[in-house]
Design a protein around this ligand. Structure first.
Ligand SMILES: *[C@@H]1O[C@H](CO)[C@@H](O)[C@H](O)[C@H]1NC(C)=O
Ligand SMILES: *[C@@H]1O[C@H](CO)[C@@H](O)[C@H](O)[C@H]1NC(C)=O
Ligand SMILES: *[C@@H]1O[C@H](CO)[C@@H](O)[C@H](O)[C@H]1NC(C)=O
Ligand SMILES: *[C@@H]1O[C@H](CO)[C@@H](O)[C@H](O)[C@H]1NC(C)=O
Ligand SMILES: *[C@@H]1O[C@H](CO)[C@@H](O)[C@H](O)[C@H]1NC(C)=O
Ligand SMILES: *[C@@H]1O[C@H](CO)[C@@H](O)[C@H](O)[C@H]1NC(C)=O
Ligand SMILES: CC(=O)N[C@H]1CO[C@H](CO)[C@@H](O)[C@@H]1O
Ligand SMILES: [Zn+2]
Length: 924
């Protein structure tokens, strides 16, 4: 088997048989990368600068390797599980199970390795499993069985050899803990009508299926699953079912599910609960499941409304019908990631699926549309077609992250979600991809082995850069050709009439996929010279540059070398050039000073000549070029002057993010006052504008993104002290405190209002917020309160709140790390959070360190504000002190923190004074 992304033989055959199956293209593309990768190995290896810890070569035995040998291939599993939703005599929640796997021997071997983690296996004649042969074949006797706990294997050594081409049945019985650890088969608790309810649910991705039953737990090891659940009479079992036969047996229900499609272990899911569902009369079998109260309350209605249209959209987009006969979506009270694309039974955090128009903001609604769309996109891309190994996860996640906006746009055509990708993918990816600790989209198979390394793959690079780069591909091919390419073959795309490419698709894409970082294009409009450069490294890309000259859109230019003369870009003194039109490309743009000046004056005289997303691009590029000391910081600051006239969401959001970064850098220094005064002046017109169109803040704007802008207006106006703002938010909050059963604050504005009021208030406001948090029955409302409680300026309240994160009765485990993050973003809370995490490092590491997606976030959150030499030395000491425990899935995040802090120190030394002077000169 080759390197990298690879489609297994079985899958390839299945794909042929189902002839209609699309996506061949991307596969073809990836196979090409793969070949290309080994060919260019020497050339591109140096792209990866993040150190790969050498795997200690203590032994060369198969069980000492993280990857399964290629000797066996699973066909199907028969799994019966019985979760007990009451404690046993030892005070423990457990499940019992029986599992068999039919596998074929591919290569002669006397060894069976199968993943099994934290399961207590029953002994049969002294061995942890039974082995029998199929169709008259006699299985060799078991010599010995034992656990390789570090690699999470059950090792079975045989007396004789298994025969290639023959099938065998491996049988186990076991007990596991139904813990509240959010991994594998686990339990979740919630209160309903004053009663504690317990449900049993699963999260298998990436390496937790082995914690539910012994299995060949690699994405390429696809098999069919026959699942049976035994559960209490009053509960329902949800799995990949078509028909269920219910058998009454000693007062339990046995639900037997039909066989699944051939699929990866990480996509298996089942749930036992007393949840309720709603469904629509449709052929896709769409159902929305949630807590009984939430369903009765109508919180699932919005998800139900959009799920079927989005499925239909993707059927058209992929030109393949939905592969399954049903589509369950379920909202879970305890869930570690945002959502998980289990095939046919998609699991979500409550905030990602449940919407209550009375208390949820329109941002919550947008999140639901995009998350549902993302997960449904995986039903084809990811589930039907799967990466062989986690090193190429970016294809899976990048693709879903790109098309989620297409699906959401189909469901909500007035929302303009496509444009928002520049905020949520492109600019977010730039932020990490500009660091030396970044890495290429595609990693070498050998670099990704341990569960922590696998978990680290679920990164901004995989999701957001993946999405941005695929979007660029789609833009230069054009959307219809890209979509069609999914159904045909990418290489054929090169010959599509109307699409002229300087090189083949894979040659162009290689540069973007195998090299980390991105180019900065510099355009000198005095000469027409166009050149590219990476911040630090000697790379070249093939760059498609869409651009305009003053009011005129020009032909796309391909920059194929370091530098080229492009005469049309030489312009006269009253013209300007704007490149990366509509921000379709994954690169930043710099210009000669004259062109910058002309762009700035265009912004100030009539900013609407420049497309909305390009206004955001100008802001974000300028600030980031300044951070890299490529342009003068005062130039970047000047891009914010036109904001006096700006009323659109995307540029304001881009500005806000860059200014927030400034806040974090300067809110402990003398720059702060001058900066506040300037921003107050800039946001005042926006605040007044929304005051007028919202009838003195009694209604909200009608446009979807206008509602987002309104939130920015309120929060920035209040934080900079625009007259009348704080009075407004505080009076609203006070009114609520006086009448806790009637919250009249508009849902969109609640986050801002709660935070502002709790920051201004004391114990009374905090305790009120805490009470409301505990009573909240809508998850989106609970999140708003949970984050606002971190806004208080009272240190002991913050410390107590930090303590709460270690008590799941107060703060759910799924929410602990983000709560600490909220506290760390508060100027008073930051040092407290940092001390707290260090003091309890072992606790957090044990709980989240080895596989959780949220762990790296915890590290980046508590170090986000660091910008002094003292803080850097603390970080380095922290790294040293904990070298032994290690940093697990947070290793990369810690490296990034050190790199970012170092860069900030250097940058501040050079720029603090000019920044101060500029704000002073611009303040009223
Ligand atoms: C990669 O690094 C090696 C060792 O540092 C060096 O010899 C080689 O020339 C580098 N290759 C490229 C393409 O930079
Ligand atoms: C596994 O379950 C399926 C479906 O119930 C059944 O047909 C098959 O015989 C079982 N296999 C074994 C080896 O028990
Ligand atoms: C598994 O066995 C260990 C050691 O005997 C015991 O501590 C643990 O509680 C068992 N787990 C379950 C779920 O029974
Ligand atoms: C940046 O521009 C300001 C004002 O124009 C100037 O005072 C300063 O020297 C410049 N800084 C650099 C590093 O060129
Ligand atoms: C807007 O509301 C505030 C507070 O409710 C009030 O003081 C102010 O007079 C109102 N302004 C107008 C123009 O109605
Ligand atoms: C809540 O308060 C608003 C205005 O203060 C009032 O119009 C509304 O009737 C109240 N609703 C309830 C349920 O008391
Ligand atoms: C939702 C789902 O995956 N359903 C599958 C379960 O198994 C049957 C076979 O009986 C398939 O046809 C369904 O597609
Ligand atoms: Zn995904």
């Amino acid at each position: 088997m080759g390197k990298g992304y690879y489609i297994s033989k079985h899958l390839a055959t299945a794909a042929m048989v189902l002839a209609a199956i699309a996506l061949v293209t991307i596969i073809a593309l990836s196979v090409v990368y793969n070949r290309e990768k080994s060919k260019n190995a020497a050339k591109f290896t140096n792209a990866t600068t993040s150190p790969v810890p050498p795997t200690p070569k203590t032994s060369n035995e198969p069980w000492d390797k993280y990857r399964l040998p290629d000797t066996l291939s699973p066909e199907y599993y028969n799994v019966t599980l019985w979760p007990r939703l009451v404690k046993n005599v030892n005070g423990m929640y457990i499940f019992t199970g029986i599992s068999g796997v039919m596998f074929t021997c591919v290569k002669k071997t006397d060894l069976i390795l199968i993943h099994s983690n934290k399961l207590n296996l029953t002994l049969f004649k002294g061995h942890h499993a039974k082995l029998t042969g199929q169709s008259g074949v006699t299985a060799p006797a078991i010599k010995t069985t034992w656990f390789q706990t570090e690699k999470q294997y059950l090792v079975i050594q045989l007396e004789g050899k298994l025969k290639p081409g023959k099938s065998y049945w491996l049988y186990t019985e076991f007990t596991g803990e139904l813990a509240d650890d959010l991994e594998g088969f686990y339990r979740s608790e919630y209160m309903e009508d004053g009663e504690k309810k317990i449900i049993a649910i699963t999260q298998m991705q990436a390496t937790y299926a082995r914690k539910a039953f012994p299995c060949f737990d690699e994405p390429g090891m696809k098999a069919v699953f026959h699942i049976t659940l035994i559960h209490d009479l009053e509960t329902t079992a949800l799995s990949n079912k078509t028909e269920n036969v219910i058998v009454d047996e000693t007062a339990v229900t046995r639900t037997i599910f039909g066989p699944t499609k051939k699929m990866s272990t990480y996509l298996v899911a089942f749930v036992v609960s007393d949840f309720k569902y709603i469904s629509a009369k449709d052929k896709k079998g769409v159902r929305i499941w949630a807590r009984k109260k939430a369903i009765e309350d109508g919180q699932g209605d919005y998800a139900l409304k959009i799920t079927q249209p989005i499925l239909e959209f993707f059927e058209k987009y992929y030109n393949t019908s939905y592969p399954l006969s049903k589509s369950d979506q379920i909202a879970l009270p305890d869930f570690n990631s945002g959502a998980m694309e289990n095939w046919g039974l998609v699991t979500y955090r409550e905030t990602a699926l449940l919407y209550d128009p009375r208390t949820s903001a329109n941002g919550n609604k947008q999140r639901i549309a995009t998350v549902v769309s993302h997960e449904l996109a995986h039903m084809w891309f990811g589930n039907l077609v799967t990466v062989k190994w986690w090193n190429d996860l970016w294809l899976n996640e990048g693709f879903a992250s790109y098309v989620e906006y297409l699906g959401a746009d189909y469901a909500e055509p007035t929302w303009n979600t496509k444009d928002q990708t520049i905020l949520y993918d492109l600019q977010r990816a730039f932020a990490v991809d500009s660091l030396t600790s970044s890495h290429p989209l595609s990693r070498k198979k050998e670099e990704v082995n341990t569960p922590s390394e696998i978990s680290e793959m679920f990164s901004t690079i995989s999701y957001s850069k993946g999405a941005a780069v695929l979007k660029m591909l789609s833009e230069f091919l054009t959307e219809p050709v890209f979509a069609k390419g999914l159904g045909v073959s990418l290489t054929a795309v090169d010959q599509t009439p109307g699409v002229k490419l300087p090189y083949s698709v894979h040659e162009i894409m290689n540069r973007w996929i195998l090299q980390m970082g991105f180019p900065v294009i510099t355009i000198d409009t005095r000469t027409g010279n166009v050149s590219q450069k990476h911040f630090l490294l000697d790379y070249e890309w093939f760059v498609p540059i869409k651009w305009m000259k003053k009011h005129q859109v020009q032909d796309q230019l391909w920059l194929l070398q370091k530098s080229a003369l492009h005469k049309p870009m030489k312009v006269s003194k009253d013209e300007w050039v704007l490149a990366n039109l509509h921000v379709s490309g994954y690169f930043r743009v710099n210009y000669d000073l004259g062109n910058w000046e002309r762009l700035l004056s265009q912004l100030e005289s009539d900013h609407q000549v420049i497309p909305v997303v390009n206004r955001a691009q100008i802001l974000d590029d300028a600030f980031n070029l300044a951070r890299a000391s490529i342009i003068n910081i005062t130039l970047a600051l000047r891009t914010t002057k036109y904001l006096l006239h700006e009323r659109e969401y995307i540029p304001w959001e881009a500005a806000l993010r860059n200014l927030n970064y400034f806040f974090q850098l300067f809110d402990r220094s003398e720059v702060y006052g001058a900066m506040q005064a300037y921003l107050k002046k800039q946001v005042k017109p926006l605040f007044e504008y929304f005051g007028i169109i919202s009838s003195n803040w009694t209604t909200v704007a009608s446009g979807h993104t206008d509602q987002f802008t309104q939130i920015i207006a309120l929060s920035l106006a209040c934080s900079t002290g625009v007259e009348g703002c704080r009075e407004l938010t505080r009076s609203w909050f006070k009114k609520w405190m006086q009448n806790p059963h009637n919250n009249t604050i508009h849902p969109n504005l609640r986050s801002t209002v709660y935070c502002d009021a709790i920051a201004a208030g004391g114990t009374e406001e905090w305790n009120f917020g805490w009470q409301m948090f505990q009573k909240a029955t809508v998850a989106a409302e609970a999140v708003k309160l949970r984050s606002a409680l971190a806004c208080t300026k009272v240190p002991w309240l913050l410390n107590r709140y930090l303590e709460y994160t270690m008590n799941p009765e107060k703060i759910r485990k799924q929410d602990a790390t983000s709560t600490i993050g909220y506290i760390a973003s508060n100027i008073i809370g930051q040092p407290l959070a940092w001390d707290f995490v260090r003091a309890n490092w072992d606790y957090f590491f044990k709980l989240y360190g080895t596989g959780s997606f949220t762990f790296s976030r915890l590290i980046s959150d508590v170090t986000y504000r660091f910008c002094t030499p003292f803080e850097l030395s603390q970080l380095k000491r922290f790294q040293k002190d904990n070298a032994e425990t290690g940093f697990g899935s947070g290793t990369q995040a810690l490296q990034q923190a050190i790199e970012k802090t170092t860069a900030k120190i250097k940058w501040l030394a050079e720029n603090k004074e000019p920044v101060l002077q500029w704000f002073l000169s611009e303040s009223p």
